[in-house]
Design a protein around this ligand. Structure first.
Ligand code: ADP
Ligand code: ADP
Ligand code: MG
Length: 687
């Protein structure tokens, strides 16, 4: 076995490869870009080498720098993960030339499957069924249109070099063909540097079913059953599961054997995936082969009890496959959900930002060594085969950024349970525990999707999301009463904590100016409109009022962002996270995003031109802390106002001079009234 490998990737796949290597006692070398110096994958490896600036073409796609890093660190092999250089035959060749093992198939197999057109020609010869279509070398426009006419509409034009859902056009009629072809070719040349296309029959309501294959260098090749990846948006996978619902033994064997034939036809070695498009009647056709590990490989690991990265490492150093076809079996059902930084309501547009808060369900931690990695292993070890298992593969931690440079995937949530129904329930429960604040995500969308009737009924096809768009992407609804109660309580808890020092705020509530009955109104904007929640307190007794309904409120516990409230007869548990002026409340599976109209947030912000300091809200002046003409430093307390039953200190926004005090103690001031004329620098404004 290798003693040291280099991982030529980042994010969750780099962390995942490192975890297996560690378990096998193999040292790991990370490579990273300038944007990733603090990344989790760097920490997950034993060594790390900087390979260039953030842009992938200057770092993770620089074969020369990665090979130099491998040589410098003495790594015997390179694991390419997926994306980046994983399907680059020239890189596989360069590794071989440098005497370093490329953990993947031979360059010739990558090349053979690299063009969808050439791959289809090969598959035709190997007797693998193809979608009716044209995949010839002649790219004459009129010829392509005649081919489309002969196939019958709708047809799909695909970039031969395409991938990642790019370079595809659906054409409904012959008249639209030429324009669609031109636009597909444009995208193909821009994205892949190659404008050759193929034309296929466009299947309506198809399923995407793919077969995991594995071959060793001794001529053995097996299939590890199927994954159903039909639930897609923009021709890209969102949910993947194994096994495929409704798959019969006979069809599984037929598809498995077709996939093995495809792999054998190109002299395949290592992990690969043969993607098929299947009709509802079960007929299936070869679509493409991905000559690498696939993002969704964990669902296969979960049902087969294998570690596919371990298999890759063993096969790459010349060992035979760990088992034969007849030794492989499946148990239970696994589902993977891809948690993306994206906006489902804006056409699933990727989002960027900082993960200010990232809380995950308790799970089998992939990066912890010496813990079993698969559901079957857990089941065998703890005899808990009846209990769902959650696995999270993620390459980011709280505080990290999702940058515009790389894939916007935040994490993969994978659940395993004895049955599909149980796995669906477990996935919804697991997603309800994924709490992210700081950027847009698809978590709420995924929860609705996994819980939706068509998904629960396994009524799968690639159009599922589009067809059920209205139900899956409902208009935003007002934040719940529980959410607003938690938001209000969290704000008051933070203020009390500040007011009484860092001790338990709730113990001290009575002692903190709580001798009279006070009411505080907190204004928020939720995703629909303005909300006002008020809390009245006298002694240690609180009353919460929202939308005209009042309840006794008692804060039972406040620990960091975790709160427990008694609200009338209910106990409400949730997390409230402040990010700037936003309060994110996670309660009852809801993620309420509340913009708090903090009256103090802009207090003390100097309006530069006028040198005015204004009242943040209507109130009464209770103390003047400086005299007219005084020179003060930035942050110095100037006066105290009482407003909304609280005291607020107005501080100097800059170093400067108090040119004029406009009010005296006891005066009532209106919202926005100028309190102080404040001059920058040391010269009094009057001078
Ligand atoms: P496909 O949809 O092409 O069958 P997958 O769904 O397995 O393949 O992966 C989608 C693509 O996303 C991969 O081809 C890869 O280019 C890209 N990708 C996903 N995660 C990463 C990552 N962490 N680093 C680089 N590329 C990634
Ligand atoms: P990529 O390289 O981008 O993964 P694929 O050829 O694998 O491209 O196709 C991606 C997706 O496009 C499939 O999963 C499927 O949803 C859809 N698709 C591809 N070919 C067809 C077809 N002939 N008919 C209908 N849908 C198709
Ligand atoms: Mg594909």
């Amino acid at each position: 076995m290798f003693t040291k490998i280099l991982i030529a990737n980042r994010g969750e796949i780099a962390c995942r490869v490192a975890a297996t290597a560690r378990r096998l006692g193999i040292k790991t070398v990370a490579v990273y870009s300038e944007a990733d110096a603090q990344a989790r994958h760097v920490a997950a490896c034993d060594e790390a080498i900087l390979i260039g600036p953030a842009a992938a073409r200057d770092s993770y796609l620089r074969a020369d720098r990665i090979l130099a890093a491998a040589r410098a660190s003495g790594a015997q092999a390179i694991h390419p993960g997926y994306g980046f250089l994983s399907e680059n035959d020239a890189f596989a060749e360069a590794c071989a030339a440098a005497g370093i093992v490329f953990i993947g198939p031979p360059a010739s197999a990558i090349r053979a499957m690299g063009s969808k057109s050439a791959a289809k020609t090969l598959m035709e010869k190997a007797g693998v069924p193809l979608v009716p279509g044209y995949h010839g070398a002649d790219q004459d426009g009129a010829l392509l249109r005649r081919a489309a006419d002969a196939i019958g509409y709708p047809v799909l034009i695909k970039a031969s070099a395409g991938g990642g859902g790019k370079g595809m056009r659906i054409v409904e009629t012959s008249g639209e063909f030429d324009a669609a072809l031109a636009s597909c070719q444009r995208e193909a040349i821009n994205s892949f540097g190659d404008d050759s296309v193929l034309v296929e029959k466009y299947l309506t309501r198809p399923r995407h079913i793919e077969i995991q294959v594995f071959a060793d260098s001794h001529g053995e090749c097996v299939y590890l059953f199927e994954r159903d990846c039909s639930v897609q948006r923009r021709h890209q996978k969102v949910l993947e599961e194994a096994p495929a619902p409704g798959m019969s033994h006979e069809r599984r064997r037929a598809m498995g054997e077709a996939a093995v034939a495809a792999a054998r036809a190109v002299g395949y070695v290592g992990a690969g995936t043969v993607e098929f498009i299947a009709n509802q009647d079960g007929s299936f056709y070869f679509m493409e082969m991905n000559t690498r590990l696939q993002v969704e490989h964990p669902v296969t690991e979960m049902i087969t009890g294998t570690d596919l990265v371990e298999w890759q490492l063993r096969v790459a150093c010349g060992e035979p496959l760990p088992c034969r076809q007849q030794d492989l079996s499946m148990s239970g059902h696994a589902i993977e959900a891809r948690v993306y930084a994206e906006n489902p309501d804006k056409g699933f547009l990727p989002a960027i930002g900082t993960l200010h808060y990232f809380c995950q369900p308790p799970a089998l931690e992939f990066c912890t060594p010496a813990r079993p990695l698969t559901a079957a292993a857990v089941a065998a070890e703890a005899a808990v085969a009846t209990r769902p298992v959650v696995r999270i593969d993620s390459g980011v931690a709280q505080g990290d950024a999702i940058s515009p440079y790389y894939d916007p995937m935040i994490a993969k949530l994978i659940v395993w349970a004895p049955t599909r129904d149980q796995a669906c329930v477990a996935m919804v429960a697991a997603l309800a525990q994924v709490e992210i604040a700081g950027l847009a995500t698809n978590v709420a969308f995924l929860k609705r999707l996994v819980g939706s009737a068509p998904f629960r009924a396994a009524d799968l096809d690639t159009g599922l999301i589009e067809r059920h768009r209205d139900a899956l992407l409902p208009a935003p609804c007002p934040a719940s009463r529980h959410a607003l109660a938690l938001a209000a309580a969290s704000i008051l808890a933070a203020e009390l904590r500040q007011a009484v020092g860092n001790s338990d705020p709730w113990a001290d509530v009575g002692g903190w100016r709580m001798n009279s009955r006070l009411t505080r109104t907190l204004r928020f904007d939720d995703e629909v409109g303005a909300r006002a929640a008020s809390i009245a307190y006298s002694g240690d007794h609180w009353t919460f009022t929202l939308d005209g309904k009042s309840d006794d409120m008692l804060l039972v516990a406040a620990e960091g962002q975790r709160l427990a409230l008694r609200l009338g007869h209910e106990t409400v548990h949730g997390n409230a996270v402040r990010v700037g002026e936003m309060v994110h409340v996670f309660v009852d599976g809801e993620h309420a995003q509340l913009h708090w109209q903090d009256p103090m947030a802009h207090a003390g912000e100097l309006e530069e031109e006028g040198g005015r300091l204004t009242a943040p809200m209507p109130g009464k002046i209770v103390a003047l802390l400086v005299e007219q003409g005084a020179s003060v430093q930035k942050g110095a307390p100037l006066l105290i106002m009482e407003a909304m039953k609280m005291e607020h200190t107005i501080c100097a926004p800059h170093d400067g001079v108090v040119a004029e005090l406009m009010y005296a103690v006891g005066d009532q001031v209106a919202d926005g009234a100028q309190l102080i004329v404040f001059a920058l620098g040391a010269t009094p404004a009057a001078a």
